[in-house]
Design a protein around this ligand. Structure first.
Ligand code: R7I
Ligand code: MG
Length: 379
């Protein structure tokens, strides 16, 4: 018997459709912008979250009222670099981060990363990965700053090997600890799978992530970083197993999600959390408005966790947007967010680049958007 396409497939289009590309980039901006309100709160009563989101429907509040933070600022740099260079170029990307920070330093950057961004502005810098390596006594940052800007790698490259390689390198420009850059790899993989419809089978989605991350975290450097930071080996895989456990439970409280997965600025305490938010909100949930679709539920739920709300909602937004597509994001919400229009235009450009590369690859004339990398970062 032929399977009928699901409602999401009908709405969002097939794998890697334009709607999914637009959904991913625009919903990541949305999460960043709406999440700013609750950043740092311990846990936010759902009533307050819904009040905030309902307030966005007030036409009189004007366009672009919610400003984006470093999440979107850096994501835009990644996108511009990938588009301009038609692939990964670490010097170009690093230069864009430095210029963006110098022009607009008040976007809420992490306390450590600003030192990297200042050093990246130096014209005499020969190794653009060096400033990140010097962070935190030479261990590098484990913050989620690499992961928050990882979605575009899944929209520029179609092969898993490229997505893993370049999302890692892109993150290493500021985050050289494996607990930082592997969070970026996990986030990019989640967006990639979602873009290709894998959230239609939620259990498989997590199993596929686990399969990839077991390889990623099997590296010696990841094992030794985990030991040094008093984490178990395969820390992201461990969290993905917790995601599986939480998915199996009928009733999961927000307190349990926070205590099991975290809601903090470490990549380990936020990327698996964002993934769980998306999975949990695939179905209607008690406490969330019945008229909300999955994208709206994901936004509301991410904010209710408190903590690093803008970044968790930004990452959950990218994954959910790639699943539900652009039409799932209320127009009025989009209009409230600074940078949503630019994200939409960029998504279309990435979609063109992605499919051009695929066509060339298929005809055997070229492969994928390529690398201009001259150096490889040492660990
Ligand atoms: O990771 P990053 O770019 O940003 C993290 C969050 C995001 O939500 C941003 O939007 C922003 O709001 O902050 O910033 P980093 O400065 O690299 O890391 C953030 C913080 O994590 C640092 O300021 C430290 O407090 C902490 N941190 C560490 N502390 C001790 N040892 C990160 N790595 C370490 C470490 O190795
Ligand atoms: Mg943030």
């Amino acid at each position: 018997m032929a399977m009928l396409p699901s409602r999401t497939v009908l709405l969002a289009g097939g794998p890697a459709s334009l709607s999914r590309f637009r959904g991913a980039l625009v919903a990541s901006v949305l999460g960043d912008c709406v999440g700013g309100e609750f950043e740092g709160a311990e846990e936010v009563p759902m009533d307050r979250v819904l009040q905030h989101l309902n307030g966005l429907d007030d036409e009189s509040r004007g366009d672009g009222i919610l400003q984006y933070s470093d999440d979107t600022a850096m994501t835009r740099c990644v996108v511009q670099s990938l588009l301009t260079r038609a692939g990964f170029d670490e010097r170009d990307m690093a230069g864009r981060f430095a210029v963006e920070y110098s022009q607009s330093p008040g976007r809420g950057y992490g306390g450590g990363v600003i030192h990297v961004l200042r050093k990246l502005a130096s014209p005499n810098l020969s190794d653009v990965f060096q400033p990140a390596r010097a962070q935190f006594s030479g261990r590098g940052s484990f913050g989620n700053g690499g992961a928050m800007r990882a979605a575009p790698f899944a929209l520029a490259f179609s092969k898993l090997v490229d997505i893993k390689r370049y999302s890692r390198l892109g993150a290493m420009l500021t985050h050289s600890c494996s607990l930082g850059y592997n969070g970026a790899v996990l986030q990019a993989l989640a967006v990639h799978l979602s873009l290709h419809g894998a959230l239609e089978q939620p259990d498989d989605f997590v199993r596929k992530l686990l399969l990839e991350m077991e390889e990623v975290e099997g590296e010696d450097v990841a094992r030794s970083d985990a030991r040094v930071l008093n984490e178990p080996e395969f820390p992201f895989c461990k969290r993905l197993h917790k995601v599986q456990d939480l998915m199996e439970r009928n009733n999961v409280s927000i307190e349990e999600v926070i205590s099991e997965l975290g809601n903090g600025i470490a990549a380990l305490h936020s990327v698996p959390t964002a993934i769980f938010c998306v999975l949990h909100c695939l179905e209607p949930r008690e406490g969330l408005p019945e008229h909300y679709g999955g994208l709206e539920r994901t936004m509301a739920y991410s904010l209710a966790l408190g903590g690093d709300t803008d970044t968790i909602a930004c990452m959950a937004g990218a994954i959910a947007g790639a699943h539900y597509g652009i039409d799932a994001i209320p127009q009025i919400w989009q209009r409230c967010c600074e940078g949503a229009e630019v994200a939409d235009i960029n998504a279309e450009r990435l979609h063109t680049l992605y499919h051009q590369a695929l066509t060339k690859g298929d005809s055997g004339t070229d492969s994928q958007p390529h690398s201009h990398s001259s150096t490889q970062p040492s660990n």
